[in-house]
Structures are given as structure tokens and as C-alpha cells.
Design a protein around this ligand. Structure first.
Ligand SMILES: *Cc1c(COP(=O)(O)O)cnc(C)c1O
Length: 432
């Protein structure tokens, strides 16, 4: 539910001109509590919020306050976690193709390192100058053993992530020989998946593997990490994943597989991003143009640089018009941004109420993988982020970018006398 009425939103846009992202703190907190509650029967549940989904340290702070850790996959994400006071084993470092300095920083912060390949064992040891962490985790890619996957991650056997089953066994042995004493097992084989059975199946796969690892290697895995991938209903007809159903299904398997294998208490970790903040972030934009050619277009002041999911993979985002929520959807529009790219469209042939210039459009479910994926193509400046606090006040948690930000990496003064031709020469040349 969008938290602001038309008058409140209009007043807000006087203080903060559109476009901007709006996040709903109360809804994020309540949702995180529901997620935690669903898994409360597990002895060692943890959610490591996937920082990439919404990399704002203020939001990380709210989530840390609700008991979350941070799942990081890059240097910048590690620094964001650190900014929010999330350190040590409250950071899960699940990266791939990882540069040495990022391993060093993650290790220095005390993060749990979750390796994406068997060759990273020696790479990590080298990066750390011969040291090796006591706690180590590996990302498993079940390949064709796991049916499913979907458009965003694809089939596991075609995905670049993780170790094969054989490599996994070898990796635990190798890292034990290097001094590791605590072990974790991770997989992530879906993205934006709405079927709860999918996650229960994945848990079965990991739990059985824990049993096999113990039987074959005598290594007791101390935590499994189910990764992210829990979807959200972007389309009005879709149904959200029921956290309780997922938790109950996994708990039954825990009792059946983990307890008899002597692996209880086992940590059960998640790295969810999308279902934590996704539905509670909105991109607010103003209709600035109306154009009628072969189709009818509404041009807005946000563009694909602010939210690229629709342009990148044709993703659907619900759009409502502030103040016209109850109006009949009598018009069919393409809602577009200003990039010189024809896929810069927030909606294609979408039935909406009649939109007038100046109307405020609310683009829903933009709270994860929204602004984070933004870019600066066409010199577009990414918008800022506003937090609606649970006391009803507003806080700007990131300002809009400026041209100075955009040009900060260019030595502008140096351009002046670089490759200079005089005006006279230019005039001569064009005359000839
Ligand atoms: C993207 C990602 C996540 C978060 O995925 P969501 O779909 O946002 O929940 C978690 N872990 C890893 C390794 C990822 O790449």
C-alpha cells in the first residue's frame, strides 16, 4: 500500500522535486519482523540483507536494528555495511570473480567468506599473505541436479556461479588442510521466484548434501545459506511468497534430515534483498509530456537511468497516478523516459487513467534492484532517496546527483588547452 495520500505526496514534491525514490520505514520494519517471526523455530536463523538490492547505509541501519546482517559482493558494499556498523560475522561476503583487495578488506572486517570457486582457496591464501580464515563457506552450483531456475539467473548449469558437487568435497578437504575449522554451504539457484516449493526443494538439496559431507569427510557443516531469490508480486494478479509456508516446509526437512544426521543446531541463513525492501520503495515521477503519434505516450521526468528493470528485462512495475487511484483505466499509454534508447519505457501499452501533464506517477515495487542499478548514460543524473520515517517525518537519505558529481572524474581545466585549434584555423578549414 502506498503510504501517502495525494495531498501529502504533492506537498512532499514541493520540498523534494521529482523524480525521487520514497521508502517506507514502518512497512520495511514490519515486513522484516514477519520474516524473522516465520523462521523463529530455527535454532540459528539469520538474514543477511543483500546490500546490492538497496545500497543505502540508512536502510542498512534500519535492517541491522531489526537483526539483519549484510550480504556483500563488492568493496563498496563492504564499506556500506561498515558505515552501518555491520561487521564481523554479521557480514557474509558472497562474491564471484573476486579481486584480491576485496578479499583482504572482507577478511579485515571479519566477514564470513563464501567462495565461488575451488581455485579461490589458493587465491585467497595468497591474497591474505599465507593466512587462511577459520570459517569458510562455499557456493554450490547443483547444475542439472536442480531443475528450474528462471529468466534472471537461468539454468544452474549455464550459470557462472559456484562449485560442482565433486569440487565442493575437494574444497572442504583442502580448506581443512589449510586450517579452516568452521564450514558453511551456500547455494542460490533462482531469482524472483514466487513458488514456495522451490525454496523447500533447495533446502532439501542442501540438507542432504550436509549429510553426505559429514558421512564422507567427517566435516560437520555449521550453517547453510539459502541465498536470495524469493520473489515479490510485481503484477497485481501475482501472490506473494508466504514466509510461514516456506519456513514450515524447511523445518520439516530439518527435523527429518539435519537432526538425525547429528548436525543440529545448524545455522539457517538467507541473503534476501528483494522481498525485504522491494515492495516498500517507490519511484515518484511527474508527467512532463504527452505525445500522440502511432501510439500515445506519456513522458515522465524519471528515466531508465533511475530504474532499469523494465528496459533491461521487460520487467513489469505497477504504475498508479496519485489522486486518480479510483479512476477507470480508459487510456492505453507507453510511459517513457528521456534516454535516446527506445527501451526507455516504464510501461508498454498499459491501461491507465487519463494522465495530464503535472500528474504524479507512482512506480511501485522499486525498493530493491531499483535505484541501485541506475547509471549515467546520456549524462542522466540519478535521483535521490527519501525515507518516510515511522513517525511520519521525511528524511533525505541520498541527495540527487549533480553535474559536478558527473564530471568529478574529468580534469575539466585540462580540457581547455588540450588539442587547441584557433578559431581562425577552424574558419579557414571549413571554407576550403
Ligand atoms: C542478488 C543476490 C542476492 C539477493 O537476491 P534477491 O533476489 O534480491 O533476494 C543474494 N545473494 C546473492 C549471492 C546474490 O547475487
Amino acid at each position: 500500500m502506498f503510504p501517502l495520500g495525494h495531498d501529502e505526496l504533492t506537498a512532499l514534491t514541493r520540498q523534494f522535486p521529482t523524480p525521487f525514490y520514497l521508502y517506507d520505514e514502518r512497512a520495511i520494519r514490519e515486513n522484516m519482523r514477519a520474516f524473522t517471526q516465520a523462521f523463529s523455530s530455527f535454532p540459528r536463523f539469520r538474514e543477511y540483507f543483500a546490500v546490492k538490492a538497496c545500497p543505502n547505509p540508512y536502510l542498512l541501519k534500519i535492517l541491522a536494528d531489526e537483526g539483519c546482517g549484510a550480504d556483500c559482493s563488492s568493496r563498496a558494499e563492504l564499506e556500506l555495511a561498515d558505515m552501518a556498523g555491520i561487521r564481523g560475522e554479521r557480514i557474509m561476503f558472497t562474491s564471484n570473480d573476486t579481486p584480491a583487495d576485496e578479499y583482504r578488506r572482507a577478511f579485515a572486517l571479519g566477514a564470513i567468506l563464501n567462495l565461488d570457486d575451488i581455485t579461490h582457496i589458493n587465491f585467497l591464501k595468497e591474497a591474505l599473505g599465507g593466512q587462511f580464515p577459520f570459517t569458510i563457506s562455499f557456493r554450490y552450483n547443483p547444475g542439472p541436479l536442480k531443475v528450474g531456475g528462471n529468466a534472471i539467473i537461468g539454468k544452474p548449469e549455464e550459470a557462472k556461479y559456484g562449485l560442482t558437487r565433486d569440487q565442493l568435497f575437494a574444497a572442504y578437504e583442502q580448506s581443512r588442510a589449510l586450517g579452516a575449522r568452521h564450514f558453511g554451504l551456500h547455494t542460490m539457484v533462482a531469482s524472483n521466484e514466487l513458488h514456495s516449493d522451490f525454496f523447500i526443494d533447495t533446502a532439501r538439496l542442501l540438507f542432504e548434501l550436509c549429510g553426505d559431507i559429514k558421512a564422507q569427510l567427517g566435516i560437520a557443516i555449521e550453517f547453510v545459506d539459502f541465498g536470495g531469490g524469493i520473489g515479490i508480486p510485481y503484477r497485481p494478479e501475482e501472490v506473494p511468497v508466504n514466509f510461514d509456508t516456506v519456513a514450515r516446509g524447511i523445518k520439516a526437512l530439518y527435523e527429518r534430515i539435519i537432526v538425525p544426521a547429528g548436525l543440529d543446531p545448524l545455522g539457517t541463513y538467507w541473503e534476501c534483498g528483494r522481498p525485504i525492501t522491494g515492495p516498500y520503495g517507490y519511484l515518484i515521477t511527474t508527467a512532463i509530456h504527452e505525445k500522440h503519434i502511432y501510439r500515445d505516450y506519456i513522458g515522465v521526468d524519471a528515466c531508465m537511468a533511475d530504474l532499469m528493470r523494465p528496459g533491461l528485462y521487460g520487467a513489469y512495475h505497477e504504475i498508479t497516478v496519485s489522486g486518480k487511484e479510483a479512476a477507470p483505466r480508459t487510456h492505453v499509454y507507453d510511459v517513457v523516459g528521456s534516454l535516446c534508447e527506445n527501451n526507455d519505457k516504464f510501461a508498454v501499452q498499459r491501461a491507465l487513467p487519463k494522465i495530464d501533464r503535472g500528474d504524479l506517477l507512482i512506480i511501485h515495487d522499486a525498493g530493491a534492484h531499483g535505484r541501485a542499478m541506475g547509471f549515467n548514460y546520456n549524462g542522466k543524473l540519478r535521483c535521490g532517496e527519501i525515507l518516510l520515517r515511522d513517525d511520519g517525518s521525511f528524511k533525505e537519505i541520498r541527495r540527487r546527483e549533480t553535474l559536478d558529481d558527473l564530471f568529478a572524474t574529468i580534469d575539466v581545466a585540462g580540457v581547455n588547452d588540450f588539442c587547441s585549434r584557433s578559431r581562425a584555423e577552424w574558419a579557414n578549414q571549413t571554407r576550403r
